[in-house]
Ligand binder design. Sequence first.
Ligand SMILES: Cc1ncc(COP(=O)(O)O)c(C=O)c1O
Length: 652
Amino acid sequence: MKQPVSRILLLLADEKRSRLMVRGLNAAARSMDNAYGLRFSSVASEVAALDEMRRDGDVQAVLIDACEIAADSCAALNALLESIHRVRPHLDVYLLAATPREAAASLAECTRIKGSFMRDEGDWRGWFRIIQAELQKKSRTPFFDALSAYVYMAKDSWHTPGHSSGDSLRASPWASGFYDFLGENLLRADLSCSVDMLDSLLDPKGVIAEAQVMAAQAFGARQTFFATNGTSTANKVIFQTLLTPGDKLLLDRNCHKSVHHGVVLSGARPVYLNGSINRTYGLFGPVSKKTLFAAIAENPDAKALILTSCTYDGLRYDLPPIIAAAHQHGIKVIIDEAWYGHAAFHPEFFPTAIQAGADYATQSTHKVLSALSQASMIHVNDAEFDEHSFRENFNMHASTSPQYAIIASLDVGRKQAVMEGYKLLNQALTLAGELRDAIDATGIFRVLQLDDLLPEEVRGDGVRLDPTKITVDISGSGYSVEELQTVLFETFNIQVEKSTFNTITLLLTIGTTASKMSRLQEALVRLAREVTNMSKPVSRRAKAPDIAEFTRLRYLPRDAYYCNGENLPLLDAEGRPNAELDGRVCADQISPYPPGIPALVPGQEITMDIVRFLVGLLRHKRTDIHGLAHGGEQLTLRVMTKKEERANRALN
Ligand SMILES: Cc1ncc(COP(=O)(O)O)c(C=O)c1O
């Protein structure tokens, strides 16, 4: 296993004392078991300390001599701690004090200090042990530790799953390939709630509860819950917890499909907020502040507001004023941070939803950190959180046989983010900057900047871009998106995150390496050179089907969804968009995927613009459309019958 390096910074002005301490502590580190690679060094000023923390992600703790530096009052010390926290909130901070009384006074005032050492004590081994023990505590993985310990105990399995630690597969002439491919430990670690020492995701009291508490600390939430069926489930659980049938909910019309499923399940009455749309590139943007503030003012009785931040393309709201406005009316704020789980670990991404005061944040840890697919977290900050109700709703959606490797990956993903998230994100940001420059330098492919991405109506709204999501305009290359994706995949072994009609999106994460980047760079440079040499048509901007405006919601989504309905074909007998659909009410959610943002929700009036949009997508064969039914040869839409329209209560 690789050994980490943990740099411990001493901040003190007295050069002689500083040399003595660093020498003593490093000697202690050399003479003791040093599994975390502790190394001590010093800086003489606050500015130098902050620079060092920013520059070097291996800095894990700082010891501050409050008396000798400018921070000689509690206010000054607090200001310094605040500055450290703004850069590296996960660092351990200790105080070097002259007397226990001095230390106690500071510790009482400054809650961010982990502990103190007496400056003239010279107990280097003692200090080393304490600092190391804290790192050990912070980097524990209670669930993963218990899971691996259990596997190494080699207990006989007389319980599910049926493959019995892989024994059914291991010796099979037909299925051992699967065993060999996945690896022994994945199968041995595939266990069930029969194993008491591994706790239960559905009623955590042991190692899962502990791991969740550590995650809450890491993400700055009051409580955190692990979900093993993605943010899709996390969103639904929160909706069912907060909303009862008929409750008003403010939501970005362009939220992920799981949010709209949550509307059906909870029976909530949605007030849809029209998100901005970038029609040049066919991308969904944030809801404008103007629309949001007006909706909050007009619907002070709403129970909750949900927004997506950041979006799939990396656009993130200026959340604090929006959350404050909602809170003025007691409206709970839920932020879908499916794409923003890394944000708590680098100041470039601050504030996260929880930092901005949101009541709930759902994150697909698996999308951007080192967790297995489906591994998500629900962070709760709501002071009125009803844990019992949440638990009932969580358990309604959770499998009674959750995948233990997914839970372990959340535990390990949190540990990694705390211990080296800053460093890895620094790297990802540097790579993202270099990649952006390199792509632009091709002169053929062009990275879309915030300005290109932002629809007009949100330009003054303080929206920012997560630079690790890179959207590239390819229209100057002469390639269609399909052609480009095929060449990248087949010739250069590169699979991109997603595409629209004129763009491809590249997702950089803590797993992006310099070699992967150089391969991509090389591919784009070569393709650009070929384009220039072959003098392919300079621009071939594809015409994306126009994303249709949102239309009227005529019935509660839940009422429409539970109608039997009737199926009408999308195309008429001549193969044209079926005019019979015009004015009818959709009973299903119809979502082009990706990105999984619905074109129609249950209860919504269908227009020919929407039908044409769907037909356009199908003709380009670029997108799956979830929610369409297959009636014989035909693709059909389930709509409310006229009788059902009369029988159900129409919304005004
Ligand atoms: C904004 C948004 N929310 C939620 C989800 C669902 O996340 P998961 O795949 O973890 O279920 C997605 C998935 O793409 C998404 O884009």
